[in-house]
Design a protein around this ligand. Structure first.
Ligand code: C2E
Ligand code: CA
Ligand code: CA
Length: 834
């Protein structure tokens, strides 16, 4: 900000050659981008949908393939297991037939075998052990009715032992041409429920036909006997004399011996075959011209696959397996496959779409935001004005165009005066508000063709495209200064704020935009040094000034420590009698190489870098010590000390003054603090508070350089002012300008009414002195009366005071007499050499 303003010379960054052409957000280019973006999106959506469909179709197809493969496998597995079951059954039946044949062979060899003999033999061949399904077996003989009683007697004499002993009765009872009895047998259990009783006629009922058919055909007869809940498969195998089955029916009838009867538990038989295939169910069936028996195991499911296998010799087996599930949905595995396939396809499609649309929308956003970003990158956020980068680019264009058209452009570097004070007093939000308002005012007074930008902080730059056409840079600078005249009314700020700006102007061609800007900056610096609220046009010599200022600033850093600073005292006279009543303390700096440097030159530097606070403290201390010394010597003199506006910025000034008084023992009543109006203007409330605090120490306050700055008489009421120092320009003007004389007259009158004294500065001629006395200005100082003096010279003057200058209480004393008397004192300022 302005107070921290460093001397110019820094090279602002520029980006020549960058394409800043900015269609702005929402331009036609962006619309085109958006519509092609939508087209892209539509295409992507279609593509993803297609991919999802393909994925689903592939999932269905593969699920179906798996299902049909599964079905085929199941079918094959069923066929295999059916074949296995069938062959087991075939083997089992074969075994049963073998058993029957073995039994028949026994009876052929031993037709009269007793029960005991057969049973012994049966045990010896371990028939019951080897054939778990065998319930019992034995010989069934055909008994004609005539032989019935004999047979019953024989059976009674040789009971099979299968049933409880008792009289043998024919079952079913009744007279029949013949009967068939199981005469010799062995059975697994003695249980009546499973074993037929001894008198049971196997040829009764349907069984008889079967038996006879078997005898006649020579083939086995099968029937199912149901006793209670148990089923028995009864196989009757006829056997003939000699153990051979005769070829013809007659021969068979003639050679027939008996039947070998075997009872099997069909369930065990089947269970043996199903041992490996427990889940299967089956129907075992035997059918020929005379028999039709079937055994069912398990309960086939509806829709079960089935296979019928011919076991030969009239046996068939129909096996049932689990129903074949051919559909995709029939099986959890394929359903899971299908569902996961579909989900996967959808997920992939969605993922693709998200990626694509994410990218698309990101790209869309980029295209939409690029304009905004470009705008942001090139414009100041707060004011919306072009920023440094854009200004530098425009400035390069300005230079190029200027060279082409042989026309000079100009750059105005504008800086708000003491903007830091606004920020400090009201806070940054108000400061920002003010910057926006300033930017608006500037924009309002500029032409379309001119560019205004914000360089940062409180600095603005105005580019004037063609300085020769239309308003020149001076006129525009004036306009900008004028634009600040009206105070700024801000929300939340009670009193309207007065602002001024300083402007540096640079015109013409330069090597680069940076060079042109640097020169404008140098001019701006000059404008600040010249007292702000003005514009200064760059001149090459200024560059040298700047360099010197930089050097001085560096040299000043150690000025106090190296003892390069000292004080001079300019006598102040009461004009009525030309009595020496006070002195103004004036700071001097003598540098080893720069020599004596004017405070006009170095004090602003101290003020700018803030060093004035430290130096001012030192001045106060030195001055007070000096005043105390004079006081001790019996010279009661007022002592004025200049206090800069920067010193008045914080409360330490009050402490500094108190400490200087305390340390030196100087009378507070002899001390006068001189402050300029500008120091009061910045923060009037705080300044008034501090001045009041200073006054409460017993110190007086003088307004310095009155008439040069704001010249507001309101300050005289607002601040506890004891005296007013009329600026040299009015003192010098009193002889030539009626306005100056009038102002001085007014101030004197005001002083009399309000109770402050008037001091004329820079009294140089006897004519001025006479008129000032005539106007009854209270005091005066100036080269006519005395140059600023080193302390020892002032000491000498004080010593000689009584002798050389006579107090003249009568104001009617002619001025030339007084002037002569005063001028007779040699008072040219000399450098202090003790
Ligand atoms: P100022 O406070 O207005 O001081 C008076 C200036 O006028 C002094 O200049 C003085 O030498 C000069 N002067 C006195 N009589 C005449 C005259 O008849 N004709 C002309 N042309 N000039 C006269 P100097 O000493 O060069 O000081 C310049 C300014 O530097 C001062 O103006 C004051 O603003 C500042 N300054 C000097 N010493 C201090 C200081 O200790 N602290 C501060 N803050 N500023 C100081
Ligand atoms: Ca002064
Ligand atoms: Ca002054």
């Amino acid at each position: 900000m302005s107070n921290r303003r460093t001397p110019p010379g820094r090279a602002p960054s520029s980006s020549p050659g960058t394409d800043w052409s900015d269609p702005g957000p929402g331009g036609p280019r962006e619309e085109a981008t958006i519509s092609t973006g939508r087209e892209h999106l539509r295409r992507w959506i279609a593509l993803t949908a297609l991919l999802a469909l393909l994925g689903i179709a592939a999932s269905v197809a593969s699920a179906r393939a798996v299902a049909s493969y599964n079905a085929r496998s199941e079918r094959e597995a069923f066929a295999l297991s059916s074949a296995d079951v069938a062959s087991s059954l075939r083997l089992a039946i074969q075994r049963e037939q073998d058993l029957v044949v073995t039994g028949a062979a026994f009876f052929v060899g031993k037709p009269d075998a007793t029960n005991a003999e057969f049973q012994a033999w049966s045990r010896s061949v371990r028939a019951l052990e080897r054939y778990p399904e065998l319930l019992g077996w034995g010989q069934v003989v055909l008994v004609p009715a005539a032989r019935l009683p004999g047979m019953i007697a024989q059976m009674a004499a040789d009971p099979s032992g299968s049933t409880a002993a008792g009289p043998i009765v024919v079952i079913p009872p009744g007279d029949r041409p013949f009967y068939c009895f199981l005469t010799v047998s062995q059975s697994r259990t003695q249980d009546e429920t499973t074993a037929a009783p001894p008198g049971y006629d196997y040829c009764s009922g349907a069984g008889g036909a079967l038996e006879l058919a078997a005898r006649d055909s020579g083939r086995s007869g099968y029937q199912v006997l149901t006793t209670g809940s148990t089923q028995t498969l009864s196989i009757q195998v006829p056997f003939y004399r000699g153990g051979v089955t005769p070829a013809t029916t007659e021969a068979r009838l003639e050679a027939f011996v008996a039947w070998m009867g075997v009872g099997f538990d069909p369930n065990l038989l089947i269970a043996g075959a199903l041992q490996e295939h427990r889940e299967a169910s089956l129907i075992l069936r035997f059918r020929d011209s005379s028999s039709d028996v079937q055994f069912v195991s398990g309960r086939p499911a509806s829709g079960a696959q089935t296979l019928t296998t011919d076991l030969q010799n009239g046996w068939t087996v129909q096996t049932f397996g689990a129903p074949i599930q051919t559909g995709v949905l029939a099986n959890w595995g394929t359903v899971a496959l299908l569902v996961s396939g579909i989900l996967l396809s959808l997920a992939l499609a969605v993922l693709l779409l998200v990626l694509v649309t994410g990218r698309a929308s990101a790209l869309r956003m980029v295209s939409r935001r690029t304009g905004e970003l470009r705008h942001l990158a090139l414009h100041d956020e707060l004011t919306g004005l072009p920023n440094r980068a854009l200004i530098m680019d425009r400035m390069n264009q300005l230079l190029l165009r200027g060279r082409r058209l042989k026309a000079d452009g100009a750059v105005l570097y504008v800086d708000i005066d003491d903007f830091k004070d606004v920020n400090d007093a009201f806070g940054h939000p108000i400061g920002d508000e003010l910057l926006v308002a300033v930017a608006a005012r500037f924009t309002a007074v500029l032409r379309e063709a001119d560019t205004i930008g914000r360089m940062g902080g409180d600095e603005f730059v105005v580019l004037i495209d063609d300085a020769q056409v239309g308003a020149g840079p001076d006129l525009i600078a004036e306009r900008l200064l004028e634009a600040m005249r009206e105070p700024f009314e801000l929300v939340g700020v009670a009193t309207p704020l007065r602002l001024t700006v300083s402007i540096g102007v640079a015109t013409g061609d330069r090597g680069s935009a940076s060079d042109l800007l640097r020169d404008a900056d140098v001019a701006l610096y000059e404008a600040k040094l010249a007292g702000k609220n003005r514009f200064v046009t760059f001149e090459p010599a200024m560059q040298a000034d700047i360099s010197r200022r930089v050097e001085l600033e560096v040299a000043l850093r150690d000025a106090i420590n190296r003892g390069e600073l000292h004080l001079m005292y300019q006598p102040i006279y009461r004009l009525a009698d030309l009595e020496l009543i006070g002195t103004e303390t004036l700071l001097r700096w003598t540098h080893p190489t720069f020599g004596s440097v004017s405070p006009e030159e170095f004090v602003p530097i101290l003020e700018q870098n803030g060093q004035i606070k430290e130096v001012g403290r030192w001045v106060l201390g030195q001055a007070c010590e000096q005043a105390a010394r004079w006081d001790a010597d019996g010279h009661q003199l007022d002592l004025s000390v200049n206090v800069s506006g920067r010193q008045l910025e914080d409360d330490t000034i009050v402490d500094d003054i108190r400490r200087a008084l305390d340390a030196s023992g100087c009378r507070p009543g002899s001390l006068i603090i001189e402050v300029t109006e500008s120091a009061l203007v910045r923060n009037p409330v705080a300044a008034a508070r501090r001045l009041t605090a200073i006054k409460s120490l017993g110190v007086r306050i003088a307004i310095d350089d009155f008439g040069t700055g704001y010249s507001s008489l309101a300050y005289l009421q607002r601040f506890p002012v004891d005296s007013l120092k009329i600026d040299r320009c009015f003192t010098n003007g009193i002889t030539t300008s009626a306005e100056s004389a009038a102002l001085i007259r007014t101030l004197v009158k005001l002083g009399q009414d309000l109770g402050f004294s008037t001091v004329a500065e820079g009294v140089e001629t006897p004519a001025e002195l006479d008129l000032l006395r005539l106007e009854r200005v209270d005091q005066g100082q100036g080269f006519l009366l005395s140059h600023p003096l080193p302390p020892q010279d002032l000491q000498a003057l004080l010593a000689a005071r009584g002798a050389s200058v006579q107090a003249t209480p009568d104001p009617s004393v002619p001025a030339d007499h007084l002037s002569t008397a005063v001028i007779s004192t040699p008072t040219n300022e000399r450098t202090s050499t003790p």
